[in-house]
Structures are given as structure tokens and as C-alpha cells.
Design a protein around this ligand. Sequence first.
Ligand code: NAI
Length: 245
Amino acid sequence: GSVVLVTGASSGIGAATAHRLAGAGARLVLHGRDADRLTAVAAATGGTALTVDLSGPAGARALARAAVEVAGQVDVLVSNAGRGWCGPLPAMTGAQVGEVVAVNLVSPIELTRALLPGMLARGHGRLVYVGSIAARTGVAEEAVYAASKAGVDGFAESLRFELAGTGLGVSVVVPGVVATPFFARRGRPYRRSLPRPVAPETVAAVIERMIVTGRAERHVPGWLAVPAALRVVAPSAYRWLAARF
Ligand code: NAI
């Protein structure tokens, strides 16, 4: 099977993706920040665990090197690690801003930069990025998170043009509300104001489909597909809905 590197595989969407791809026969290299939880996922899926902190630019390059070292090559990148829960903008320090942008945007770019030459040489590869609907709807107290995720979207959309005809596929999955620790960290009033979350397995199934078909696509799982479509046809209706999320 192909070698798949999944970042942020210690929980949530990343762990669900690891389980799903293991069932499909992929060889997994699993990244996480929390060694204990990552080891458990790796043991359950037969993957190799690599613990790296991605809150600076050097982490991604070290991770790419380590992944190629343990697996020989990387055929598929699932760039999923991310952090949000920023809080009010004036309360954020410059270091916190840098950290959010490093994990969510710089690390995916640096991982891609490190892995692309090998994929291009082989004429085959898949790059799947996890964005967020926050980049489009906006979410209070998540301005930096939303900005970083909008960056991922723009990066992937542009890379797709750059890589046309190379045999490499670039996709973005744009989750809405997903039942993971990431989401559970938010307070109850926050969660109550949102629609029912989708399961991480739902997002994992979309990621697997993107890898299998290699078709360039951008997919919004679950209920948020509706406002995303409305945004195109009826901006005012979209704003009305977005204000209620
Ligand atoms: P999660 O909290 O279960 O997983 C996040 C993963 O990112 C963990 O494996 C964690 O180790 C890794 N990570 C965080 N900071 C890191 C750092 N400094 N260095 C290395 N790794 C780090 O959350 P979930 O929901 O599975 O998140 C996965 C992706 O989905 C993230 O990119 C998130 O932004 C995105 N997303 C989640 C939504 C949700 O409602 N849960 C909605 C939209 C997007």
C-alpha cells in the first residue's frame, strides 16, 4: 500500500482517518504532539508514531525528514494537525499568534515543500489539507484561527493549478462542527448555539475518498454544505444564516 503521513493523528479527525486508512491497507506514518495518545493510535492501526511539535517552522521540516527516513517515501500527506481556541484578539500575545499560524498554516506549507520533490519525481502523490468553515463564516474569538485556515484554503487552491498535469492531486476538506476534543474544549453555551456536530469518522471518509479518487475537490461535510452553497447564489441569505451559527 501507499505510505500515508497523517498529522495530528493522536485524536479526533486525524485518529479517525488513521483507523479508516489502516482498514484500507495503507502504510501509516502518524504524527502527533501527545506521545501517549499517539502511541495508542499507532498500536491500533499498525502505524509508525512520530512525535513532533509543529508550533515553529522547523518542526514540519524535521517531521518530513523523519517520515521519509522511517517509511522510505511519503505518497500521501493528510495535513490535519491544527489548533484553535484563540480567545479575544487583544488578549492574545504575539507568541500565541505566531504559534497558531505556525501550526495551522506554516507547517502545512513546509511539509508540502519538503515532500513535493519526491512526489514529483515519482509522478504520483496526494495532498489533502484540513481547512475550516471558520475561514468563511467567521467565528467570534477565532480571528487568527480563521485567518490561518483561510490561508490553507488559498494555498491549496493555488497549488492545485501549479501541479496540474503532474499526476499529483490536491484537495481541501472544510469541516463544519465535528465532535472531537477540539470542539469539546469550547464551553457549553458556545456549543449549544451551534447545530449538531458530525462525527470525525464522517470527515475521515471524505479524506479517504479524496485520496482514492485523486480528484481535485473541496468538500464541506455535513450541514455546512448548505450555507456554503448559499453563499454563492444568495450572499444576503448566507449572511443571515452565518450570523446564526
Ligand atoms: P483534535 O484536538 O482532536 O486534534 C488536533 C490535532 O492537532 C492533535 O492530534 C494535536 O496533537 C495536533 N496539534 C495541535 N497543536 C499542535 C502542535 N503545536 N504541534 C503538533 N501537533 C499539534 O481536533 P480535531 O477536531 O480532530 O482537529 C483536526 C483538524 O480539524 C484541525 O486542523 C482543526 O482545525 C480542524 N477542524 C476541526 C473542527 C471541529 O469542529 N472539531 C472544525 C473545523 C476544522
